[in-house]
Write a protein that binds this ligand. Structure first.
Ligand code: ZN
Length: 226
């Protein structure tokens, strides 16, 4: 396996799921194993998780580059791009921040249902494991579509359980990714995405959806073109 953020080839795994979340999410042992890889298997050199590497691949495709992401961000081509990152995209945040055309919207301070940027302002919008915490994911995706230039790309990850369909957690016990004492209801899970995650992008009006797997089904990133 190759880390397409830095070019590293050595990985280490640190499981991240805990019994209460596994129970609420109703994950099978096989699903636990691949979500742990997605969130807990990291490049030894740069710390990128499989999830970040999948997202890096979606970003590299959106930018039309075959360079490692860390090498690309300092290039002349990268300097032409206007990119909006919503919520810190894990270890990619420090890499993407190097780009001169990088804008950042902190979550939850920036409401994904009402982005404070004009129409058609960005070539790329990126968010990572944030959409599951938003009350109305299609509405948030429409907002990302609005701020993209025509032909621009939204690159995102959400945790996807591939063997089931998406379910909303309305009416179910509150479930959190992380410590609820730290993030409060902003980190409560509204939507548990499944194999139909791409349909949300179609509903939001995107013209094309591509999926970038790393060690399928451990990590998946989505690139959706306006
Ligand atoms: Zn790396």
């Amino acid at each position: 396996m190759l880390c397409t953020v830095c070019g590293g080839t050595e990985f280490a795994v640190q499981p991240v799921l805990w019994p209460q979340l596994i129970d609420q999410w109703q994950l099978s042992p096989a699903e636990v194993a691949y979500v742990d890889r997605q969130q807990g298997e990291c490049c030894v050199s740069c710390g990128a998780t499989l999830r970040s590497i999948a997202l890096a691949n979606a970003l590299r495709a959106a930018a039309g580059t075959s360079h490692m992401l860390r090498d690309f961000t300092g290039s002349v081509e990268a300097a032409q791009l206007r990119i909006l990152e919503l919520n810190e995209a894990g270890t990619l945040h420090s890499v993407l921040s190097q780009m001169p055309g990088h804008s950042f919207g902190a979550y939850p301070q920036v409401d994904m249902h009402a982005l404070p940027w004009p129409d058609q302002a960005f070539d790329i919008v990126v968010h990572s494991d944030t959409l599951e915490h938003v009350a109305n994911p299609v509405h948030a995706l429409v907002e990302c579509h609005r701020v993209l230039k025509p032909g621009g790309t939204l690159c995102l990850t959400v945790p996807i359980i591939v063997g089931r369909l998406t379910r909303g957690r309305a009416g179910l016990a509150k479930s959190y990714h992380g410590d609820p004492q730290q993030g409060g209801d902003d980190y409560m899970v509204h939507t548990e995405f499944g194999a139909d995650a791409w349909c949300f992008l179609m509903e939001a009006g995107y013209s094309e959806v591509r999926i970038f797997p790393v060690a399928y089904p451990a990590a998946l990133a989505i690139a959706a073109r306006r």
